[in-house]
Each structure stands twice: as structure tokens, then as C-alpha cells.
Design a protein around this ligand. Structure first.
Ligand code: RIB
Ligand code: CA
Length: 316
């Protein structure tokens, strides 16, 4: 078996591209299942969107398990202003013919981890960390069987994208994030500091569109919708493609560089709730708890993405 992974996600166009990238690399990754969480849009929609994505990729063998409908504490925060009402605006995929395998994502995580050797399975977290936090709380022994967690979340130099201080995935469930960063699990973090280097410039969008299969056509629609928020906000020459960075790290870790530092999550302050306080310069004696990426070879990332997406056969 190639590297077994589980993807925990809140699709979201960028999440869906990450799932497509993972499913485009069966020679390297075995996707054991996908767990969904409320995030960019409510859970019912993130679950439908995950089903649509595996159908698009011709991989309805990959089970989808719905998870948490909201954060550990407080009300759910969503991001329709970025992803549209459906969460996958930009290309209308048909209503899925398949259904979720269960509404017990945490149970699926535990069962799958217990069915594989300790240290075998990597969890890729692309949304709020609620499901992982619940696994840590309910089944710590199962969680300890994880090889590692690679997650998109947080920010340091880039500061916040949903508040002035907080990145969305962390802000949507700060208590869950705090539990994850205190867990002792091996964590690799793709913060906005890295994903904001992965800008979907016109040249890169053209390269994606030129792939010319159905998956790339759908992705072209998604990214042309998804980019408008960031273009308006940052005025950059492209929108950041956040979540595929997690999968790209598994496929080509050498594209990324970072440092092992301490990350703490602010949960109390109304002003900075959800802030990821990253001791990048090691000015405290807090114990390092995460490998935080700070730079990425963006051209290498997009070359990988285009090469892999080209593997999806079938015409338009
Ligand atoms: O802040 C970006 C993150 O929040 C991405 O994972 C995006 O999909 C949203 O979940
Ligand atoms: Ca996401």
C-alpha cells in the first residue's frame, strides 16, 4: 500500500482541489476516507461537496464520513463570502448519486487507526480542527496511532484573513486548535505565510485550464469564482490556493521549508481569539510543538499540481 492518508475537510473550492490532487496520485497516496466538518459552509454542504468531488474524480470507492456540525465552543463560523452559497460555486456539479457512509467521522477515524499499524496513517486537515479534537478527547489511544498530522491553518507574518488576527480554520474552532497543538502529535503546518505564496496568477490558471480534462475544467470554474475575494481584498495578481499545499507536501516535501517552533492558540481575548501565536524567532522557552512552513517553491507546486491533474483521463 502507498502512504495511507485520511483527509479531513470543509470543501470549499481549495479543499476540493486538494482532494483531486490526492486522488490523482494513487501511486503515492492511498486515501482511506474523507471526513467532513462544518467550515467554509455548513456541514450538510461540505459533505455534499466532498461527495461531488470524489464522483468528479471517479473515486466513489472513497468513503465520506460526516463529522462535526460546529465548533467545540460557540456558534459555527462560515465563509460563503469567499466560497459562495454552495461552497463550490464556479461549476455546477450534479447532485451526488452516492451518499455519505456515516455521520460518525470520529468513529471512522478511530476504527481506521485501530485497523492499521501504529504510525501508518497520516491525517490531512484542511478545515477547522473539530473532528481531530474530538478524536483526541474521546479516543486518545487511537489518536496516538497517527503517523502525523499535516494541516493548513494559522498565520504569523501574514496575520489574519477572517479577522485582523486570525486565519479562518483556526478562528472557526480555536479550542479545537488549542487541543491539537497541545496534543503532542507530530504536526506539520501550512500557514497563510506559505499559502499566500501560492498565488493563482493568470499564467498558472492558463496552465491549469490547458490540461483539458473534465477535472481540470471543473477546477478552472472553481478557481475563477474562488479568486475574486482575495483579488479584491489583497489586490494581488492571483488568489492563494491554500489546501492543496497539504497534499503537495506529502508528494514533494522538498518544495517546502520551515522550522520546528512553538505554536499556541489564543482562545480568550475577544480581540485576538483564534490567533496562532507562532514563536518563529524562538524568543520564548515554550516547547516547540509543530513544524511550521515558511516558504515554498510556488512554481514547483504548480508544476506538480498540473502534472498530477493531467493524469485524470477522459475528455471533457
Ligand atoms: O484560511 C484558509 C482556509 O480556510 C482554507 O482551508 C479554506 O478552505 C478555508 O477552510
Ligand atoms: Ca478548507
Amino acid at each position: 500500500m502507498t502512504r495511507p492518508i485520511i483527509i479531513d475537510t470543509d470543501p470549499g473550492q481549495d479543499d476540493a482541489v486538494a482532494v483531486c490532487l490526492a486522488l490523482a496520485a494513487p501511486d503515492a497516496l492511498t486515501v482511506l476516507g474523507i471526513t467532513t466538518v462544518a467550515g467554509n459552509v455548513p456541514l450538510a454542504l461540505t459533505t455534499i461537496n466532498a461527495l461531488k468531488t470524489v464522483e468528479l474524480c471517479g473515486r466513489t470507492d472513497v468513503p465520506i464520513h460526516a463529522g462535526a456540525a460546529g465548533p467545540l465552543v460557540g456558534e459555527a463560523v462560515t465563509a460563503e463570502h469567499v466560497h459562495g452559497r454552495t461552497g463550490l460555486d464556479g461549476y455546477d456539479l450534479p447532485t451526488p448519486a452516492i451518499a455519505a457512509a456515516s455521520s460518525d467521522a470520529v468513529g471512522f477515524l478511530r476504527e481506521t487507526l485501530e485497523a492499521h499499524p501504529p504510525g501508518a496513517v497520516t491525517l490531512c486537515c484542511l478545515g477547522p480542527l473539530t473532528n481531530l479534537a474530538l478524536l483526541l478527547k474521546r479516543h486518545p489511544d487511537a489518536a496516538a496511532r497517527l503517523h502525523s498530522v499535516v494541516l493548513m491553518g494559522g498565520a504569523y507574518f501574514e496575520v489574519g484573513n477572517i479577522t485582523p488576527a486570525a486565519e479562518f480554520n483556526i478562528y472557526a474552532d480555536p479550542e479545537a486548535a488549542a487541543k491539537v497543538f497541545a496534543s503532542g502529535l507530530e504536526l506539520t503546518v501550512m500557514p497563510l505565510d506559505v499559502t499566500h505564496q501560492l498565488l493563482l496568477t493568470e499564467a498558472r490558471k492558463s496552465a491549469l485550464a490547458a490540461i483539458g480534462n473534465r477535472v481540470s475544467d471543473v477546477i478552472d470554474g472553481w478557481v475563477n469564482f474562488f479568486e475574486r475575494f482575495d483579488l479584491d481584498k489583497y489586490g494581488a495578481d492571483g488568489a492563494p490556493l491554500h489546501d492543496p499545499s497539504v497534499i503537495a507536501y506529502l508528494l514533494q516535501p522538498e518544495l517546502f521549508s520551515g522550522r520546528h517552533i512553538n505554536v499556541e492558540i489564543e482562545c480568550e481575548s475577544p480581540l485576538t481569539r483564534g490567533m496562532s501565536v507562532m514563536d518563529w524567532w524562538r524568543v520564548t522557552d515554550r516547547k516547540p510543538n509543530a513544524q511550521v512552513m515558511g516558504s515554498v517553491d510556488a512554481d514547483g507546486f504548480y508544476a506538480l499540481l498540473c502534472e498530477r491533474l493531467g493524469h485524470f483521463g477522459g475528455g471533457r
